[in-house]
Design a protein around this ligand. Structure first.
Ligand SMILES: Cc1ncc(COP(=O)(O)O)c(CN[C@@H](CS)C(=O)O)c1O
Length: 404
């Protein structure tokens, strides 16, 4: 059982007032808030051992290197990766996906096919469209259903011996749907295709086991899981990371440089050119330690309570429609009020101190599917409360009165 009041004490920002009202932060799917334990690690780094890593001969550099590589091991253990060198630090989910898409440019041709899902974030669509433009490969799309789930029968029919890569999100940021990635991975492997799972929305709620999933690539951002922005990770199976060419050239990723020829470093540094976000990586590890101390089972159970409560209370409002009604979803509720633009609802809620996201949530294909301009999206985290949901419901009722 979580002590929510005690947990909320960890988050200084939750004491904020917005427009003269206590902040109700329901935009966790965009970015999560940062506990004092992680803030302290960031302050400690810049106060006591800020230095460049991996090649320094002085104490500060060694301390920073040790902490950075310890964070990599924390991430390895969290995702149950076989080797620490299968964890590549990136600037986030988008960067991780682009790293892989660029790597496949040298492996694909016009006969090859890639499969994406209709539920994807633009970060897991556009890099692959760019790759298809470069290589002549074909992009195929797994259709979605009205409930906001993937049509698995259609997926099976899209797979063929020409399928080289399948990439889907673990959890939809716009609808909250939890996709059956075990099935998706298994079917892709049966035709010899590799699978990239976009875990940006999953990692705040569940603890993926990359070896159990047998996934080829898994990506996420630290800022979704109580960590800082500007840092994330790519997990890749060793065999794949060894096959892919470097993403960026520069310091750190080399072994020998001559004007005749340059040889590259081994894993993970082959993919980590230049000075990394050292503090961000260390804070990423601290964020995972914080979340694991609370326990992902406790987090998932409590957030499911919030989802059920919020869904029930919002549906009591006449004319409110929820998009994404899968039985298997996390604490994201996307909704609209009949005849009212989501942006207007979001603006009024902000005046009441309630932070939600409105618009297409970087998933325009989903909005096109539902033939709507966007939604109001409330996304709950383990530090939110039912009392805050009551404020949201009252706010939506007020907005309906004012805007109808
Ligand atoms: C499923 C999914 N995939 C990729 C991204 C991009 O993450 P970055 O850290 O920006 O690289 C996101 C970020 N979604 C935010 C910003 S649009 C949201 O409000 O839903 C995501 O949810």
């Amino acid at each position: 059982m979580l002590d929510i009041n005690k947990i909320r004490e960890d988050f200084p920002i939750l004491k904020r007032q917005v427009n003269g009202k206590p902040l109700v932060y329901f935009d966790n799917a965009a970015t999560s808030q940062t506990p004092q334990q992680v803030i302290d690690v960031i302050v400690d780094y810049y106060s006591n051992y800020n230095a460049n890593i991996h090649r320094g001969v002085h104490a500060l550099s060694q301390e920073a290197t040790d902490k950075y590589e310890a964070a990599r091991k924390t991430i390895q253990n969290h995702f149950n990766a076989k080797h620490a060198y299968e964890i590549i630090f990136t600037s986030g989910t988008t960067d991780s996906i682009n790293l892989i898409a660029n790597g496949f440019a040298s492996l694909l041709n016009e006969k090859d096919e890639l499969i994406v899902s209709a539920l994807e974030h633009h970060s897991n669509i556009v890099p692959w469209q760019m790759l298809c433009e470069k290589t002549g490969a074909t992009l195929k799309v797994i259709p979605m259903t009205l409930e906001g789930e993937l049509d698995l029968e259609a997926y099976s029919n899209l797979l063929s011996k020409n399928t080289k890569l399948v990439f889907v999100n673990h959890i939809s940021n716009a609808l909250g749907t939890i996709n059956p990635i075990e099935t998706i991975i298994d079917k892709a492997h049966q035709v010899g295709a590799a699978v990239l799972i976009d875990g940006a929305q999953a990692c705040p709620h569940i603890k993926p086991d990359v070896q159990a999933l047998d996934v080829d690539f898994y990506v996420t951002s630290a800022h979704k899981i109580c960590g800082p922005t500007g840092v994330g990770m790519l997990y890749g199976k060793e065999e794949w990371l060894k096959k892919l060419p470097p993403y960026q050239g520069g310091g750190e990723m080399i072994d020998q440089v001559t004007f005749e020829k340059t040889t590259y470093a081994g894993l993970p540094h082959k993919f980590e050119a230049g000075t990394p976000n050292i503090c961000g990586g260390i804070a990423f590890g601290a964020a995972l330690d914080y979340m694991n101390a609370i326990g992902f089972d406790n987090i998932a159970n409590y957030e499911h309570e919030l989802l059920e409560y919020g869904t029930r209370k919002l549906l009591e409002i006449e004319g409110l429609k929820i998009y994404g009604t899968s039985k298997n979803k996390t604490s994201v509720i996307s909704f609209n009020l009949e005849g009212i633009h989501p942006y207007d609802v979001g603006t009024l809620l902000d005046k009441m101190g309630i932070a939600v996201r409105t618009g297409h949530h970087c998933t325009q294909p989903i909005m096109d599917f539902y033939k709507i301009p966007g939604t109001v999206r409330a996304s709950f985290s383990f530090y939110n409360t039912k009392e805050e949901i009551d404020k949201l419901v009252e706010g939506v009722k007020k907005a309906k009165l004012m805007l109808s």
